[in-house]
Structure formats: structure tokens, C-alpha cells
Design a protein around this ligand. Structure first.
Ligand SMILES: *Cc1c(COP(=O)(O)O)cnc(C)c1O
Length: 416
């Protein structure tokens, strides 16, 4: 690592740290915002420094405290990655290091490939994000990895499956689950891992409620992974992935695998992501408040069979998990519209503010029909098991005025 400001001696709170850490204007000719360093390669200060940089990059040597190590080549790291990684850390309480990737899937696949070997087992909560499910079952299982799913929110099933697993290496928790928002107990999964003979690593996909409303590292998880494409970047205009953890050695190992796979986040994207971090708390607070107001006003609408949203949980265990690990319900909700797929499609055709698109977490509201899009790889049985009905529409609430969104949704529902 070369040339970065150190603010480590002066402790500040996260919203301040995210604006002050990791960037020294004097290294960007005094510019108040970081420059974008697009160079693919870096000039060494001496042949000895080059030798030292390679020894450290290959893990043969460890950098001394405060040592400035020459950069090598941008597939390994580059100044914009270092800046945004430093600034991400304070957003995840308990994290000590971060690594950025060119998508959420790049982050997830790198974590699994870095930590697991064929023959070992990955235990995961179901349903999983479609891409993650595909990665496990279409790519890794045929290569000899084992993948075992347990229903989201079922702590006894997770504990029993962990006991029964041979070679358990990783517990992957995605909470809340998409699109029903069913929650899994992070601290419970950590307790299962700590008591297990194989000491598996606990990885939490924190895309839906993090980094603002849910803090997996503080609950004991080893890694928090993100599709930064969603709330972290927040404008539906870039792809990115982030992994954070309390152990810098583990993050360093991921960076090593990243260098081989070649999936580091590019300098321009790092700069964009960096510019979004200071507003993620503001945006998510507004999006959650909007969603909560809309859900409360839609409750009881005669065309609605069901609303899925954390503040509406009725199951005692789901409420317990929610209250133990989430501070606010977030900006995503799902509605089930009486009338099946036809009614759901009609609703999507009629909405005028929210757009019919997959993805979530952007400034603009988006709506989609999971059964025929994001979850269409699942069998009818798997869909039924995951609670993804034909009449379910998922909505990611943006930062528009909630009253306009509510009117839009109400008018569309009335007309269905
Ligand atoms: C979008 C998403 C991903 C994948 O992220 P990409 O940036 O699209 O690769 C993984 N997990 C969850 C929960 C997501 O919503």
C-alpha cells in the first residue's frame, strides 16, 4: 500500500470517517475529491522496492507498521480501490478491512473459491439470491463441492444440518431472504459455527439491510458480503461488490484470490462508489421510512392478499430475530395481489412512477415479478417452498415523495 492518509490516531464516528479516511488531497495535487488513477501499472521507486512489493504481495513478507509499499499492477490493487476500501470499513461496525470486486457475484464467488475446496460443504439458507444459487449448484457442485440448503429462519434445521455435514467449511446466511423478507438468525448461525468441530466460516450476504440497519460482524460473522450495485452505490448506474471482515489476514487472502481471478473493481467504479458512501445512511433512512409509510397505508387494501415487510411480521420467531438484529425494516416490500399472475402483471403494467425492472436499492422505485424473472430458475416446488407465489410483486422503494408512490400503487391496485 502506498501513499495514503492515516487518520487512525484520531477516532471519529462512521459518517465522519467515511468522508475523512483513506484519502490525502496532497497526493492528488490538492484536489478535494480523489483523482481517478486509471494506470494499469505502477513505476517502482527502486528495484529493491519492487522486490519488497512482490514479496509482500505473494505473502512471503509482511509489511511493517506504517510501511509504505509500492503499488505493482492494477489487477492486484490500485489507489482508488485502496481509498474506497478504507472508507468502507467504518460503515460496517467491527470490520477492520474491506475488499472491492466488480460485482456482488464476483465478491461471493471469490469468497467461496478462496475459502472452500472440492469435497467440503457449504451450508446455506434458502431461498438464496438466484446468482448465488446458480453458482453453487450449476458451477461448484459439478466440480465436487457440496452445497446443503436449510429454510431461512429455521434455526433448529440449521443446527441439525451443520451437525450432519461432513467437511463443513462455510455457512452462508442471506438475510432477509428475497422476496419474502424472511429472516435468519445471524448470531444463531455464529453460535452453531463456533461450536462445530470444523470451525466453519460464517458469511452473511448483507445486501438488503446493510450497512445501515443490520451489522453481521458485530453479531460475530466472519465476513459481510454486499452487492454494492444496490444500496451502497444507490443510483442503479454501476455494478460492484464488497467484502468486509474483522480479520485483515482473511481479507488479504481474498485480495490474493481476486488478483488471480482478475475481478477487482475498476478505478472509475471505485471513484463512483466512493462518492456514494457518504449518503448511504441518508438514502436508506429515507427509503425505509418511505416503505414503512406506504406499507402501513396499503395494509387492508381489498385487492391485497398479503404484504411482506419486516414491521408486519406475525411469527414470534421472525419478530424475535428482527428485533435482535435489525434497527429498521428497510426499503423493500412485497405484495401479493388477489388474481394470480394476471393481476400481478396488470399491476406492473399500470404503475407509472415505479419502473418494472429487477434490482433494488436505487434512488428510483423499481417493481418486479420474481416468479417469472429473478426466481424463474426455481422449480414450482422450490417456488412454493420459498413463498414466491404467482401473484407476488416485489417493490424496491426509492427516495421519491412517498405520497406520490402510494397514490401510484393504490391507483394500480384499484384498477387491477
Ligand atoms: C443483487 C444481489 C447479488 C448479486 O450482486 P451483483 O452486483 O448483481 O452481482 C447478491 N446478493 C443479493 C442479495 C443481491 O440482491
Amino acid at each position: 500500500m502506498k501513499k495514503r492518509a492515516t487518520t487512525s490516531t484520531y477516532i471519529v464516528r462512521p459518517p465522519t470517517a467515511v468522508l475523512t479516511r483513506g484519502f490525502d488531497p496532497s497526493l492528488s495535487v490538492g484536489s478535494a475529491r480523489p483523482a481517478v488513477f486509471r494506470s494499469s501499472t505502477y513505476v517502482f521507486s527502486s528495484p529493491e522496492s519492487a522486490e519488497r512489493a512482490f514479496a509482500i504481495a505473494l505473502g512471503k513478507r509482511h509489511p511493517a507498521e506504517g510501511e509504505s509499499v509500492d503499488l505493482i499492477y492494477s489487477r492486484l490493487s490500485h489507489p482508488n480501490a485502496e481509498i474506497v476500501e478504507d472508507r468502507l470499513v467504518p460503515l460496517e461496525p467491527g470490520a477492520q478491512a474491506a475488499a472491492v470486486f466488480n460485482s456482488g457475484m464476483a465478491a461471493i464467488s471469490t469468497v467461496i473459491l478462496a475459502l472452500c475446496r472440492p469435497g467440503q460443504t457449504i451450508l446455506y439458507t434458502e431461498p438464496l439470491y438466484g446468482g448465488t444459487h446458480h453458482l453453487l449448484h450449476q458451477l461448484l457442485v459439478p466440480l465436487g463441492f457440496k452445497a446443503v440448503g436449510v429454510p431461512a429462519g429455521d434455526a433448529p434445521a440449521l443446527a441439525a444440518a451443520a451437525q450432519a455435514c461432513e467437511g463443513l467449511r462455510l455457512i452462508f446466511v442471506e438475510t432477509p431472504a428475497n422476496p419474502t423478507l424472511r429472516m435468519s438468525d445471524i448470531a444463531g448461525a455464529v453460535a452453531v459455527a463456533r461450536a462445530h468441530r470444523n470451525h466453519p466460516v460464517v458469511v452473511v450476504d448483507n445486501t438488503f439491510l446493510g450497512p445501515v440497519f443490520q451489522h453481521p460482524i458485530a453479531l460475530g460473522a466472519d465476513l459481510a458480503v454486499y452487492s454494492a450495485t444496490k444500496y451502497l452505490a444507490g443510483f442503479s448506474d454501476m455494478l460492484g461488490g464488497v467484502v468486509l471482515g474483522p480479520d485483515p489476514e482473511l481479507i488479504s487472502e481474498l485480495r490474493g484470490t481476486r488478483a488471480i481471478l482478475g475481478n477487482i473493481l475498476q478505478p472509475d467504479e471505485c471513484w463512483l462508489l466512493d462518492s456514494r458512501l457518504a449518503t448511504v445512511t441518508l438514502r436508506m433512512n429515507r427509503q425505509s421510512k418511505n416503505a414503512e409509510r406506504i406499507v402501513n397505508a396499503l395494509k387492508g387494501h381489498p385487492k391485497l392478499r398479503r404484504l411482506h415487510y419486516p414491521s408486519l411480521f406475525e411469527d414470534a420467531e421472525q419478530k424475535r430475530i428482527r428485533d435482535a438484529q435489525c434497527s429498521y425494516p428497510g426499503g423493500v416490500f412485497s405484495l401479493e395481489i388477489a388474481g394470480g399472475k394476471t393481476a400481478a402483471f396488470e399491476f406492473l403494467r399500470r404503475i407509472r412512477i415505479a419502473r418494472n425492472a429487477v434490482s433494488l436499492g436505487g434512488m428510483e422505485s423499481l417493481a418486479c415479478h420474481p416468479a417469472t424473472t429473478t426466481h424463474s430458475e426455481m422449480s414450482p416446488e422450490q417456488l412454493a417452498h420459498a413463498g414466491v407465489t404467482d401473484e407476488l410483486v416485489r417493490i424496491s422503494v426509492g427516495v421519491e415523495d412517498w405520497r406520490d408512490l402510494l397514490r401510484d400503487f393504490k391507483e394500480a391496485l384499484d384498477a387491477v
